[in-house]
Ligand binder design. Structure first.
Ligand code: GLU
Length: 282
């Protein structure tokens, strides 16, 4: 019995890529007499809007995908993420970071900077300063070095039986909470997957780079380890990613044009994409 989840962010209307992901997750759950859960990942107050949440329900219904249980809404669950963060704080595995985006970008473009885009670690050696924290915006970062020293390099299994090993360079000092968002995607994702007993995480290949950090957090918090299915992405025929600026058709627009959602879902499950689109490896 597989428990899967569809976890969109309501920062826009859903498009074909979301539909593909949802259809796969739903099919794995149904084929195993399992559960297909919905989680609204609305922790970014600047980007998420209530009308997009309504859109998610409409689109799933149109595709004929039924959700089990009450959908979880991340913005209503901040306390549970805070508890997880507190456990990591108590273990000395996180530190407050006061760097602005501009400062981080500047240090990364400096000649000695880390071209890989990882955080350069400026605030890592600072002693905890509650006064500064009380007066200055900051985020909380995972001390990856320390975390890996405790938990070791994690691995994970994909649904097709492939084992993925992580390597040191997969880990930066990931942000786990910000002043304006009480939990980062990584922390909320692992806490929620565990809380809902998700056993198979179905999501696009573009999120595979998130998996090492999420597996590390699972180990640190002693959470169960799901299997992963990172699926190919739906792109335009020429390989371009679907993005709002590309005028990728939303499911709402396809519905308005008279497309049959259930037929579309059945075709997506067979890997058949509408004209002009294809599946591409990330
Ligand atoms: N909220 C993420 C997105 O919309 C998905 C996260 C996940 O499936 O782990 O891309």
């Amino acid at each position: 019995m597989k428990v899967t989840r569809f976890a969109p962010s309501p920062s826009g209307r859903l498009h074909l890529g979301h539909a593909f992901s949802a259809v796969l997750g739903h099919a794995h759950a149904r084929a195993s007499q399992g559960k297909f859960l919905l989680r609204i990942e609305d922790l970014d107050p600047g980007r998420c809007r209530p009308e997009f949440v309504d859109g998610i329900f409409e689109d799933l219904q149109w595709l004929g995908l039924t959700v089990d249980g009450k959908p979880k809404v991340q913005s209503e669950r901040t306390e549970i993420y805070q508890q997880a963060l507190d456990r990591l704080k108590a273990a000395g595995l996180v530190y407050a970071c006061f760097c602005t985006r501009a400062e981080i970008a500047q240090s990364l473009t400096a000649p000695h900077g880390d071209a890989g885009g990882a955080y350069p670690g400026t605030c890592r050696p600072l002693p905890d300063d509650p006064e500064r924290r009380a007066s200055t915006p900051h985020c909380w970062r995972l001390d990856a070095e320390q975390a890996l020293a405790i938990a070791g390099l994690p691995h994970w299994m994909e649904e097709d039986g492939k084992r993925f090993e992580s390597k040191r360079s997969d880990f930066g000092d990931a942000v786990l909470a910000r002043k304006d968002a009480p939990s980062s995607y990584h922390l909320a994702c692992v806490v929620d997957d565990a809380d809902a007993d998700v056993s198979l995480v179905v999501r696009g290949e573009d999120l595979r780079p998130s998996t090492p950090t999420q597996r590390l957090l699972q180990r640190l918090l002693a959470l169960p380890q799901p299997t992963y299915l990172h699926h190919p992405l739906v792109t335009h025929d020429d390989g371009r990613r679907l993005a709002k600026r590309d005028l990728a058709p939303t499911l709402a627009a396809m519905r308005a044009e008279g497309v049959d959602g259930r037929l579309l879902a059945a075709q997506l499950l067979e890997g058949q994409l509408p004209l002009g689109f294809r599946l591409s490896q990330a």
